[in-house]
Design a protein around this ligand. Structure first.
Ligand code: ACO
Length: 433
């Protein structure tokens, strides 16, 4: 394969180095382009731009492949769990039994929030969006753990294991507390003896007078949901985390920014959009047939939410896994006659045989069933993106570490092509018409 690419500008040739990743992904290295030629590249939306090299996650969208640190998502979903996978993503290797125990102990130790933090929740009005609370409180962790958030990269890295455990453990407690706050319910504190997912469900749904005890299938569905969202390379929120980290900002500030980026409907909000679509189909008395007809009209019709993906042009591997676990959770909850589920199944069945969808490589993505799973678990729609944030935390942390520990890290500072007015003279206000 060529090791250089040639760029010709005004009859002058500029050789540009070619970079090849371990999975044969190819890039043209333009790091010296501006210095050599005076030109920059323009790629709004970054669809053709590699912002970094990374050894965390590999995706082949055409083949429907997703691997964390080299391990296929299918194997991790089958044999691992969210906490072990979080360790893998952050540290680059599967933990030994001792490492796993130590990590679990750290998460347990950090599951309660500081009592003063409870007062922060009181400052938010009832009905506040849990994503706003989550972002604010994650950032405030730096105030409660100043030794983990010095904004001096080497010092923050020296205490990284503790900071990572604080973020992973507390995101779950803060999320549950923000839900209880939004409902005006009393807070339920974490229990030391409960594993990660059970503890979250306990803090969400137990009452002071009665513990909520989930079925194993429900816990497994939540575990899988979090595992499947744990990283997805350079998406909008992860790129935001990396951007903030590149300035030397601490882990908590960086992941709080990630939460803000995830909040938008084009990123973390798609699973909620699937439920809204199913509800509106149901409200119109349609079984999905009319909606599919409209979706076939392309840009002039409806979008089939939960179908299609910018990267996957094949079945999203996460969608298959989540669907299977969903069916088991539904059976354990004795949910048989959910009309939205019936519509979702029909939409999927029809779309997977329909030439419009097949010819455009539109397959179900992870969001097609993840919203239905959360709905079945009793999680309200405004918490869906929060659930995504809990799952994505290990990925954000791993990317923060990758940036912070890179000796060649430079502050991220893209350029632009200015298209505004050229120079003009200031006009005093009295002379303006
Ligand atoms: N329903 C109907 N038609 C669709 C859909 C859909 N869900 N998605 C794409 N198309 C059509 C487009 O109209 C276009 O048709 P045309 O070629 O006739 O003009 C063609 O497929 C290509 O569509 P693009 O928008 O160019 O594809 P892109 O890769 O940019 O979009 C996206 C990907 C945004 C995910 C899109 O498929 C979509 O909007 N899906 C629904 C929303 C969704 O499920 N988002 C979640 C993504 S997963 C995640 O973020 C975790």
């Amino acid at each position: 394969m060529a090791t250089t690419a040639a760029l010709k500008i005004d009859d002058k040739d500029y050789p540009l180095p070619v970079i090849v990743g371990t999975e044969n992904e190819k890039a043209i290295d333009v790091r010296n382009l501006r210095a050599q030629t005076g030109f920059i590249t323009l790629d709004d939306g970054y669809g053709n731009t590699g912002a970094c090299t990374s050894d965390i996650t590999f995706i082949d969208g055409d083949a429907g492949i997703l691997r964390y640190r080299g391990y296929p998502i299918e194997q991790l979903a089958e044999q691992s769990g969210f906490v072990e996978t979080a360790y893998l993503i952050i540290n680059g290797h599967l933990p030994t039994p001792t490492e796993r125990r130590k990590f679990g102990d750290l998460l347990r130790e950090h599951s309660p929030v500081h009592s003063a933090m409870g007062h922060l929740f009181e400052g938010f009005p009832i009905g506040s969006h849990p994503m706003a609370i989550l972002s604010a409180l994650l950032n405030s962790l730096g105030c409660y753990y100043p030794h983990l958030a010095t904004n001096k990269v080497q010092e923050d890295l020296a205490n990284f294991d503790e900071a990572a455990a604080v973020a992973i453990s507390k995101v779950r407690t803060i999320a549950a507390m923000s839900y209880r706050k939004s409902r005006g319910l009393p807070y339920i504190y974490p229990k030391r003896n409960l594993p990660y997912c059970e503890n979250f469900l306990h803090m969400m749904f137990s009452q002071p007078y009665e513990d909520y005890v989930p079925t194993p299938e429900v816990t497994q569905a939540l575990n899988l949901f979090l595992l499947l969202h744990a990283d997805h390379e350079q998406n909008c929120s992860t790129s935001t985390v990396r951007m903030v980290a590149s300035s030397g900002a601490n882990l908590f500030a960086s992941v709080a920014a990630g939460v803000c980026a995830l909040w938008g409907p084009l990123h973390g909000g798609a699973n909620q959009a699937v439920i809204e679509m199913l509800e509106s189909i149901h409200a119109e008395g349609d079984d999905g047939s009319k909606f599919i007809e409209s979706a076939r009209a392309g840009k002039n019709g409806h979008r089939l939410m939960g179908f299609g993906h910018r990267v996957y042009k094949n079945y999203d591997p996460r969608a298959k896994i989540i669907k299977a676990s969903f069916e088991k959770a539904l059976a354990s909850l004795h949910i048989k006659d959910d009309p939205l589920l019936a519509i979702a199944r029909r939409l999927e069945e029809v779309a997977l045989k329909d030439d419009y969808f097949l010819s455009r490589k539109l397959y179900p993505n992870v969001d097609f069933y993840s919203g239905l799973i959360m709905r079945a678990l009793g999680i309200p729609q405004n918490m869906f993106t929060v659930m995504f944030a809990i799952g994505r935390m290990p990925g954000w942390i791993a990317h923060w570490k990758e940036v912070a520990s890179n000796p060649k890290n430079k502050i991220n500072r893209p350029r632009q092509i200015y298209v505004g007015p050229t120079v003009r003279n200031y006009v005093p206000i009295a002379q303006r018409g």
